[in-house]
Design a protein around this ligand. Structure first.
Ligand code: GLC
Length: 476
């Protein structure tokens, strides 16, 4: 768990279910709502009739999403102006009237959304998920339900409309992030204990969701977040999802309103769900979702490409975040990382897109993915040449990349970067690839495609009991 997560968690724990609004009411603890918020938002309730109805069309609705593998998450709101992440208001206790001034000064450039969409395309991402409303409560869209929105505040225009148009222009699928938790709405916290407030707030929430799913044409994903402080029953979440599917029959929804939804959402970690359950890991490029000026802890293109391979291997998707700056420009470090990953995907996309959940893991320096009968060895640490290769015949001819426990017969192999054929020898235990260069042929990860005589399966542990052992150091 990183600093941000643990800090947030302890914050929320300390103040129980009472958020900023309750704090402003100066009686947070008095509300007596001390419950751990559902940050990981795993579904807690058994499938409902609505869940079962969605399940019937799930496979067909989600086909494009499974093939897509890689998406762009965009956290952009009035918090982007202060560059201290999207939780700044809560973490710093900014008074509401002060915080509201940000909305007046919010004025992103008109080309921002186009820049994001073009970047996503270059990066090899196939869909985008944009924060229509984050926890701060500011609506990036025009709405009749509050004037705390982009059309009536600083921007003077509908940022969601700009995003949708830009995403479609680049052939991206369109996703809407929507935070149920709302620090700005007067009922956003008191709704937990005051039934009249709950009714108002739930009506407001359902109303906003109705607007975003009505006013922008086809929406491909609804990405709920943070169901605090209400239970699914209190949110009237079944009714919410029924409305969503009524408005957008082809849509895909996540599980963060605490119904089952279509997919699971591990955050800042990669964790495959059980077979048959769709999942998507969302992750930041540094440690922040919203723009954070001082956060220089960037992941490398190698880490990102390997994370993408790990997700693909587990049959999951990777939703990677950018946190644009006040004017909507993407931090140059994010652009550089995404461009590099996109360049890599141009030659190595076969190892990612259209792959299936694999019966193969990896070695200590490679991740395996599979597609049909092909095994992709995504070698992130290239073995190069060591002196041992001079006298250990196992490593001859020079520079051998080898994997133990491939259960299939290899038919052919090639390097994706160049298409160059790779020679190999195979016995019962090991596949050894020969004739490869000493230096990594690709950057940041070199991928070798091995065509097998069936769906590839690799398990060194299954093989281990069969390996003949020597007697070194043992008395006979
Ligand atoms: C957490 C954070 C939120 C962020 C989200 C992304 O819920 O609170 O700020 O938008 O993760 O998954």
């Amino acid at each position: 768990m990183n600093w941000t997560e643990s800090t947030r968690r302890s914050f929320l724990k300390r103040f129980g279910a009472a958020g900023a609004l309750a704090m402003a009411a100066a009686n947070a603890e008095g509300l007596g709502l001390a419950q751990e918020p559902q940050r990981s938002a795993e579904p807690k309730t058994p499938p409902t009739p609505a869940d079962l109805k969605q399940a019937a069309t799930r496979e067909q609705r989600m086909q494009w999403w499974h093939d897509a593998k890689f998406g762009m998450f965009i956290h952009f709101g009035t918090y982007s102006l202060i560059g201290r992440q999207e939780w700044a208001r809560e973490m710093e206790g900014t008074p509401t009237l002060q915080y509201e001034l940000l909305a007046k000064h919010f004025n992103p450039k008109r080309t921002a959304a186009r820049e994001w969409a073009r970047l996503a395309k270059r990066a090899g991402q196939k869909y985008m998920v944009f924060t229509t409303k984050h926890h701060e409560g500011f609506c990036n869209f025009g709405t009749k339900l509050t004037d705390y929105n982009a059309v009536q505040q600083g921007p003077g225009r509908d940022l969601v409309a700009e995003y949708v148009e830009a995403a479609r222009a680049e052939g991206m699928r369109v996703g809407f992030y929507y935070s149920l938790m709302d620090w700005h709405h007067p009922d956003g916290a008191t709704c937990k204990t005051d039934e009249a407030a709950r009714k108002r707030f739930v009506e407001y929430t359902h109303g906003l969701i109705r607007e975003i799913l009505t006013n922008y044409g086809k929406v491909d994903i609804l990405w709920y977040d943070m169901s605090w402080p209400l239970t699914p029953e209190e949110w009237e979440a079944e009714k919410m999802n029924a409305m969503v599917f009524d408005l957008q029959p082809e849509i895909i929804v996540n599980n963060r309103n605490r119904l089952e939804g279509d997919f699971t959402t591990p955050e800042q970690r990669i964790q495959a769900s059980e077979a048959g359950r769709a999942w998507e890991s969302c992750m930041t490029l540094n440690n922040s979702w919203g723009y954070c000026q001082g956060d220089d802890d960037w992941k490398t293109p190698k880490t990102i490409a390997n994370n993408l391979a790990i997700c693909a291997r587990g049959g999951g998707n990777y939703l990677l975040n950018i946190g644009p700056m006040a004017d909507g420009s993407v931090p140059p470090q994010s652009v550089a990382i995404l461009d590099k990953v996109g360049e890599w995907l141009q030659t190595n996309g076969k190892a990612i897109y259209g792959t299936q959940r694999a019966k193969a893991g990896g070695t200590g320096n490679a991740t395996f993915t599979t597609s049909g009968n092909n095994l992709y060895i995504c070698q992130y640490a290239w073995p190069g040449r060591t002196e041992a290769a001079e006298w250990l015949t196992f490593y001859q001819p020079q520079v051998v990349l080898s994997i133990g426990g491939l259960k299939n017969k290899a038919l052919s192999a090639r390097l994706l970067k160049t298409g160059q054929k790779v020679e190999f020898v195979q016995d019962q235990f090991t596949l050894r690839l020969t004739g490869l260069p000493s230096d990594p042929p690709d950057d940041p990860i070199s991928v070798i495609e091995v065509e097998c005589d069936g769906v590839p399966e690799v398990s060194d542990s299954d093989m281990r009991p069969l390996w003949p052992r020597g007697k070194v150091g043992m008395s006979v």
